[in-house]
Write a protein that binds this ligand. Structure first.
Ligand SMILES: [Zn+2]
Length: 72
C-alpha cells in the first residue's frame, strides 16, 4: 500500500492526503476530488486524483481508502 500524496499549492511541499491504496488501484480509480487539511500551511486544499500520486509506504493500512471507495 502507498500513501496518496499531493503538492501543497501554497508552499509546494508534498503532503499526505490520508488516503492509502495500491498504485495499480490508484491508476484504475475513477476521477474524483477530495479535500485535505494541510499539515504544512494549515489550510484546506481541494485536490483532484489527476494531481495526486501514490508514495509507497510499508507501514500503512487500507482502511481509509476502503471506506472512501465504499461511498463512491
Ligand atoms: Zn497547504
Amino acid at each position: 500500500m502507498g500513501l496518496v500524496m499531493i503538492r501543497c499549492p501554497q508552499t509546494g511541499r508534498e503532503i499526505p492526503t490520508g488516503f492509502e491504496m495500491e498504485i495499480s488501484d490508484f491508476q484504475r480509480a475513477p476521477v474524483f476530488f477530495s479535500r485535505v487539511q494541510c499539515p504544512v500551511c494549515a489550510c484546506e486544499h481541494e485536490w483532484f486524483a489527476q494531481d495526486a500520486w501514490v508514495c509507497d509506504s510499508p507501514d500503512t493500512t487500507p482502511s481509509a481508502w476502503d471506506a472512501f471507495v465504499d461511498r463512491l
